[in-house]
Design a protein around this ligand. Structure first.
Ligand code: SAH
Ligand code: SF4
Length: 354
């Protein structure tokens, strides 16, 4: 059965035509779901009986297990159970004064096995379908007082290992929700052939590549996929993407004290990315490590993070230190699921309602 947000416009048209509904009903439904971004139940332009019938025919794909909002009310995280099979996935909404970003999962689990990542530690369960990905954005939109302006594929899973569903979700988020492609970021651990394929698509999404170390030996220890696609191959593919799309590539670097945060490593990374041939150069996003149960490391202290960023700048590489959002609610990749024992929280306060 197609899910509510898995159904395309032509499938919705087909269902309503079959039911003998006038054509404008499909317009009203589509307008409510994707332009107004309200739940079906609140789409009062449609008669109640029709809403009920639609709810039965196009069920939601995700049921909320927990919804947690951080103390500052700017970050909300959901743990969902997929209606299809009970697989658990996570979504995070991060609000800022000028934008609202939804971080979506592309897979239940992940097969890539990065040692410091809670999702990688738990292993692969299955791919999500496009409807399950698109629904994460809309369910977050329902809870957000601000319109969702950005989507990042930085939740659970490796989006480029689930290429077709990821790309179909990207197209729907662009065409149906109206987000510009540059506000959609696909983050990858470095599947070089899939990065090249992405370079051939017509929508110029933003590409983020998870690097985490400046040399192959060091990266092998954190990112097992590096043995298959070593740094030079990943950078070549990223440069091809930058050239094809005219978009600067972001490199993510999870900073782990005593593992990849030394001055020598900052210099090596600066030299490596200073020589990156991609259009617009390289931008490094330093992410302080979020501790996970299966990995002993910890984040460097703030002054060493700043020093690391400064060294990169000396080499002409743009660098920012990402502020950790919602650490009080485990708002990092795979971390809510790994602590399902968190007690359910009270419903979000009135200010969070749409
Ligand atoms: N699979 C993709 C996208 C999901 S992970 C990828 O790896 O890029 C999104 C980002 O979160 C990646 O940069 C990943 O390395 C980072 N990440 C995962 N676990 C983390 C942790 N415990 N602390 C900090 N960053 C982490
Ligand atoms: Fe998968 Fe990304 Fe986690 Fe690596 S960091 S295990 S690729 S989700």
């Amino acid at each position: 059965m197609t899910s509510r947000y898995g159904a395309t416009r032509s499938e919705v048209d087909e269902i309503l035509t079959e039911w003998g509904e006038p054509r404008y009903r499909a317009d009203q439904l589509w307008d409510a779901l994707y332009r107004q971004q309200i739940p079906l139940d609140e789409a009062t332009a449609l008669p109640r009986a029709l809403r009920d019938r639609l709810a039965g025919t196009l069920p939601l794909a995700l049921a909320s297990i927990t919804e947690v909002t951080a103390h500052d009310e700017m970050t909300t995280k959901w743990l969902w159970s997929c209606a299809r099979d009970g697989a658990q996935i996570e979504t995070v909404l991060m609000r800022y004064p000028e934008r609202a970003t939804v971080c979506v999962s592309s897979q239940a689990g992940c097969a890539m096995g990065c040692t410091f990542c809670a999702t990688g530690q738990a292993g692969f369960e299955r791919h999500l379908d496009a409807g399950e990905i698109v629904e994460q954005v809309l369910r977050a939109a329902h809870a957000s007082p601000q319109r969702v302006s950005n989507v990042v594929f930085m939740g659970m899973g490796e989006p480029l290992a689930n290429y077709d569903a990821t790309w179909s979700a990207v197209e729907r988020i662009h065409h149906d929700l109206g987000l510009s492609a540059r506000r959609i970021t696909v983050s990858t651990v470095g599947l070089a052939p899939a990065i090249r394929r992405l370079a051939g698509e017509d929508l110029p999404v933003t590409l983020a590549v998870s690097l985490h170390a400046p040399t192959n030996d060091e990266r092998d220890a954190l990112v097992p996929l590096n043995r298959r696609y070593p740094i030079s191959e990943v950078l070549d593919a990223a440069a091809e993407f930058a050239g094809a799309k005219g978009r600067r590539v972001t490199f993510e670097y999870a900073c782990i004290a005593g593992v990849n945060d030394s001055r020598a490593q900052a210099d090596a990374l600066g030299r490596l990315l200073g020589a990156f041939t991609g259009v617009g150069g390289a931008h490094v996003n330093l992410i302080p490590l979020n501790p996970t149960e299966g990995f002993g490391g910890r984040a460097p202290l703030a002054p060493s993070l700043r020093a690391f960023a400064d060294r990169l700048r000396v080499h002409g590489v743009a660098a920012t230190v990402r502020r950790n959002r919602g650490t009080d609610i485990d708002a990092a990749c795979g971390q809510l699921r790994s602590r399902v024992a968190i007690p359910p929280v009270p419903p979000p306060s009135a200010t969070m309602a749409p």
